[in-house]
Design a protein around this ligand. Structure first.
Ligand SMILES: C[S@@+](CC[C@H](N)C(=O)[O-])C[C@H]1O[C@@H](n2cnc3c(N)ncnc32)[C@H](O)[C@@H]1O
Length: 197
């Protein structure tokens, strides 16, 4: 708790009314890549407690569908679907809820850490693959995609898979990511709609 209180992003988030310090990671991604635009329909995977959904709304998203396996307190302008992205039925449930073509799919999903770096990496790549499948099933042509993934030996092949589906994709480490953390965000723009991933 003491460490958290010394963390400037934790303090800023508290002072600004954001539900998580993670809100600053999305703001930093936005400053660099401009992924969310006014009027966008956004799917936010791994949304709880809601920092990214708050930022998406502030940036002008007209509708946000927040998805998490954990409960999330309601937020204005945000609908919530409690589902585990690992379940077989998850993609069809999310696509049915999203209803119309989505502009942006975000994923900040993270596995429960085991402490074994290679296992956590593999689980994180699996979650990022789920997020890519949601993108493939819901994005409109030209759509944008942001996903967290822990770096490790499967990272380059996952990045290549994303690059095949989008016109432009890059790895980005926002300054708000904890120092020494393996996490990186892939930011992809220009969904080319060639089938589902
Ligand atoms: C780092 S937190 C997200 C923080 C959020 N972006 C924010 O700004 O408040 C990661 C979230 O991913 C969710 N998560 C992890 N695995 C999941 C899965 N298989 N399906 C759905 N949500 C998952 C966790 O429950 C957790 O709420």
């Amino acid at each position: 708790m003491k460490d958290r209180k010394r963390d400037p992003y934790y303090r800023k988030a508290k002072a600004s009314g954001y539900r998580s310090r993670a809100a600053y990671k999305l703001l930093q991604i936005q400053n660099r890549y401009h992924v969310i635009r006014r009027g966008d329909i956004v799917i936010d995977l791994g949304a709880a407690p809601g920092g990214w959904s708050q930022v998406a709304r502030e940036l002008g998203a007209s509708r946000v569908l927040a998805v998490d396996r954990a409960f999330m307190e309601p937020l204005e302008g945000v609908s919530f679907l409690k589902v585990d992205a690992g379940d077989d039925s998850a993609l069809s449930l999310i696509a049915a809820e999203a209803k119309t073509g989505t502009h942006v799919v975000l994923s900040d999903m993270a596995p429960r850490l085991s402490g074994t770096r290679s296992l956590d990496h593999a689980r994180s790549v699996d979650l990022a693959e789920r997020a890519l499948a949601v993108a493939g099933g819901t994005l409109r042509e030209g759509g944008r995609f942001v996903t967290k993934v822990f770096q490790g030996d499967m990272f380059p092949s996952f990045l290549r898979r994303v690059q095949e589906k989008f016109a432009r994709s890059k790895g980005f480490s926002p300054p708000a990511s904890p120092r020494g953390s393996a996490e990186i965000y892939i930011v992809a723009q220009g969904w080319q709609g060639r089938g589902t991933p």
